[in-house]
Design a protein around this ligand. Sequence first.
Ligand code: ATP
Ligand code: MG
Length: 499
Amino acid sequence: MEPKIMDNARPIVEMRDIAKTFGSTRALRGVNFTVMRGEVHALLGRNGAGKSTLVSTLSGYVSADTGSIRIGEVEVEAVGQNYAPSIRKLIAHVQQTPQLFNLLTVAENLFVENPLVRRGFGVVSHKLMLERAAGLLDEWNMDIQPRSLAGELGAGTRQLLEIMKALSRGVPVMILDEPTAALSNAEKRILFEHVRALKAKGVSFVYISHHLDEVFEIADTVTILRDGKVVKEREPVERLDVETIADLMMGEKTVRSTRQDFMADEAPILLQARGIRLDRFSEKDIDFEVRAGEIVALAGPVGGGKEALAMVLAGQQRPEDGEVISPRGKLPTIGLVPTDRHASGYVGILGVRENVAIGGLDVLSGKLGFISKGKEARHVGRLAQQTNVIASSLEQAVSQLSGGNQQKVVFARALCRAPEVIVALSPTRGVDVGAKEQLYSLLRDLASKGLGVVVVSDEEDEIDQLANRVVIVFEGHVVDELVGEYTIKDLILRMEGVV
Ligand SMILES: Nc1ncnc2c1ncn2[C@@H]1O[C@H](COP(=O)(O)OP(=O)(O)OP(=O)(O)O)[C@@H](O)[C@H]1O
Ligand SMILES: [Mg+2]
């Protein structure tokens, strides 16, 4: 499949004058984008800037309104007709929204489209497929069975599977759209190793992420989109810093806020977990409480128990032992932002209004159980504004929103019932730097009104900016706690100490 003439000076991807309009939204307004051989090219921009749309026109997943594309030796009019088949051998695209088949096995998902496991007449050899899958899983250090159903795996494992599937296709151009959204640090390391190894062989990457630290670690070149236009083209990453990138993305200065403490001295306990044993293997119990006005973060390695503890607190998961109570008797209303938005956060075909209202049908309905349309529209409108959802209207299907805006809808849903406690797992996943600050200020505002806020996060900056208390959970129990005036260095040391 190697091209006959390796011309390294000529871009492997050349997109010219790409424009795309969805209804009244001008997602792309004449974008040029090039990728060189063996480079990792980061494509950045705020939520809705057009990143996913641009790479989707590149892979042929959506057609553009104007423009042309060349990948390797293949030139296509990016308009109208489906050209995905003509570039199949040149490009792989890991999309922002997961595409695995939940009812197929891991092996089937990995090789369903791969000719490597076909024998004569195109018949799939199951034996070969299982062998190849086992080999690939081994190479990626993944401890899962080729025969497991994809739907039964955790979000991180599923994301890694999609990436593995794409990277093992042996194509010269790879698109990774927010590939690390559901990955643990360890999984991220595995991904980066593979990216580096493939890059050394001349494979090119288009890398989309809202984690600028990742961009500095893995990317060579940066292009920034804003409102469907390129505002920085092919800048070497060494010439940029986080602030410059953030300002270019947002078109204005973004100020990083710092944490504030809203908890009164005698703040009442809203929620109390006593003697929690997360699973049969936990050796120690967890005792944990959330007070009014407190923002507490649960930190620690993925799978160490912080997510499970949060789900127990939210009443979504039953602990092996122990109980969650409230000193006031009745348990408080809890708003949950789940970790895997695609699986349990929203219903894509429904609009923003319906998705948010699902979170609080009881509070929106009157005595007879009917929903008051006016009340609903006002309530949802206010929540969408608070969470900064950007959509063409409240009726727009959530599947049509950009990834970051889907996450904001999930957040708005969690707030719909006027909760007294918020439990938010990775609340700003996929959200741009500006909207992140808006969500942080919203959480602070809620704490200032006496809500208890529990945040589960893997981002040190996020924890540092928000939490007055950090509880580190490792191997199913609480191993450490930081309270009050800790520094980010304290935090990193404690977090590293357990990883
Ligand atoms: N199928 C669609 N129908 C209608 N509008 C769409 C569709 N897909 C994307 N859009 C709109 O196009 C714009 C660009 O979206 P896109 O998904 O490319 O943003 P993005 O840069 O990837 O953002 P994010 O960082 O949040 O993922 C947004 O306003 C989005 O709502
Ligand atoms: Mg996107």
